[in-house]
Design a protein around this ligand. Structure first.
Ligand SMILES: [Zn+2]
Length: 306
């Protein structure tokens, strides 16, 4: 598959995977159609002919651009109702639907030590990007335990605060909660849940308990050894927590400074944004585990060894 093609694959009885191109990152994102339900909609570039598929309803796993960005177009083409998590939709509106989100997030990054020039570039990129994200307004809202066409909704916070999974007959439509080769990003962001890595580790434990036979993810191949993959990702974060704890000393350091050590100094502003957010999610987990201390007045936040 070249990066510009849409491909449609029948994976198993009744499970159709639609793979759409992405300009960056893993270069592709998967949507799935099962019994008339379309899960996720791509970023909104290189659309398939949604109206040629049998789609009666649309379900969104989380509000990240590669999953929700095509929702308005898919809904318009099919006439289907869009269903999205309650918390997830609130964050979707805040991030993609408000005019000053790039300024607010840049301001927050400044409090974590990100240099002015990088913050400024994030503002510009944020405004350029937001114009392309066409999420669907006023969806039907879903919560833990909601039922949708025989699927049970499970809230799996971590990669996104309001990330949902959909369970039916041993199948978990997993969005970016569990991926085969990539470790899903888990970042701290403003106006969001305070301990996303703690949320994520619990969601991974929960996934092991739910014991789906197979997970169909947003990127990469389906996952059959679910418990092993979840355990591997838990272990990855345990190691990274140890690594980040090891960078702390008595001298206060910002999340940005710690990110330079944990992720290296040679990153683009967009990559640095993820590196700082990921560093902060680990620092906040360490604070809760008594392995780091946070200080600051909301204008300059720093971390030390406890
Ligand atoms: Zn994704």
């Amino acid at each position: 598959m070249t990066s510009l093609e849409v491909s449609v694959t029948d994976l198993a009885a009744g499970v159709t995977r639609i793979t759409l191109p992405l300009p960056t990152g893993p270069k592709h994102v998967h949507c799935y159609v099962v019994d008339g339900t379309l899960f996720d909609t791509g970023i909104g570039l290189g659309e398939p002919h949604w109206d040629e598929l049998e789609i009666e309803r649309i379900a969104i796993t989380h509000f990240h651009p590669d999953h929700v960005g095509g929702a308005e177009a898919a809904a318009a083409a099919t006439g289907a109702t869009v269903h999205q998590g309650g918390l997830d939709y609130a964050q979707c509106e805040r991030v993609w639907g408000s005019h000053d989100w790039p300024e607010r997030i840049a301001e927050w990054f400044l409090t974590h030590g990100v240099p002015e020039a990088i913050a400024q570039e994030l503002i510009e990129q944020g405004h350029a990007f937001a114009a392309f994200i066409r999420f669907a307004r006023d969806p039907e809202l879903l919560y833990e335990g909601s039922e949708l066409a025989g699927w049970t909704v499970v809230e799996l916070p971590g990669h996104a605060d309001g990330h949902l999974g959909f369970m039916r007959d041993g199948i978990l439509i997993g969005g970016d909660h569990l991926l085969a080769r990539i470790t899903p990003a888990v970042g701290l962001y403003p106006e969001s849940r305070p301990d996303p890595l703690g949320d994520y580790l619990r969601s991974l434990e929960r996934t092991i308990e739910l014991a789906p036979r197979i997970v169909y993810p947003g990127h990469g191949e389906p996952i059959e050894d679910v418990a092993a993959r979840a355990a591997e990702i838990i272990e990855h974060h345990r190691e990274r927590l140890d690594l980040i704890a090891g960078t702390l000393a008595r001298e206060p350091r910002s999340g940005y400074e710690v990110s330079l050590e944990a992720f290296g100094a040679a990153l683009s502003p967009a990559q640095r944004r993820f590196a700082v957010a990921e560093t902060l999610s680990h620092l906040e987990r360490l604070v809760r585990e008594g392995r780091a201390a946070r200080a600051g007045d909301g204008r300059a936040v720093t971390y030390t060894a406890p």
